[in-house]
Design a protein around this ligand. Sequence first.
Ligand SMILES: *[C@@H]1O[C@H](CO)[C@@H](O)[C@H](O)[C@H]1NC(C)=O
Length: 199
Amino acid sequence: MLLHVLLLLHASGGASSSISCYDDQGKPVDWFYLYKLPHPHHEPVQEGLKYLFMDGESEGWMDGKTLVNDSQSAVGRTVGPLYEGGDVGYILYNDQPPQKQKLFGDATRSCGHTKGVVVFDKQQGFWLVHSTPHFPPPKSQGQFSYPASGISNGQNFICVTYPFERFQTIGTTPNAFNKLVMVKNWLFALQVSLVHPKI
Ligand SMILES: *[C@@H]1O[C@H](CO)[C@@H](O)[C@H](O)[C@H]1NC(C)=O
């Protein structure tokens, strides 16, 4: 049961949504694919924070406008609202969660080798599937950051923006979500009362 990990949410309706996948310019996009380049040996650490970016309107890869750890990067702009006030639902899961963030114990073979960030409000949201260990920082950290553990290797981030209704069908019930992405042991933060107010 996930009951005990739920936090109370006080919903309010109204304003237009700021929850979306974003590009480097801060423009909301339907989807993006971002590849954080590997860190070449003996190069400055900044080289391991560069990335390539592609969305529905780009004609192939573009160089990232900044570094992936910058709050103005596409990843930073997209995940940033998780750390701001406001009525957002979220599901953070990672088979390599941030330290001391595991809610459900250690790895078992039956769990997904999966990592992702789902954030939504009553209008829309995004699902960011990625490969970065210990990402994202927990909401309690208060702001976006990028972990040192994600610098050496190349990492990918695939983000899709969905309307609110879609989150009821892509599996935000505990059972459906567990079946879909097999994350039970990796879930480290959950707030889904926007879609399932009775949970
Ligand atoms: C990103 O990481 C680089 C290299 O460690 C650092 O110089 C820079 O200040 C960081 N940027 C932010 C916004 O934290």
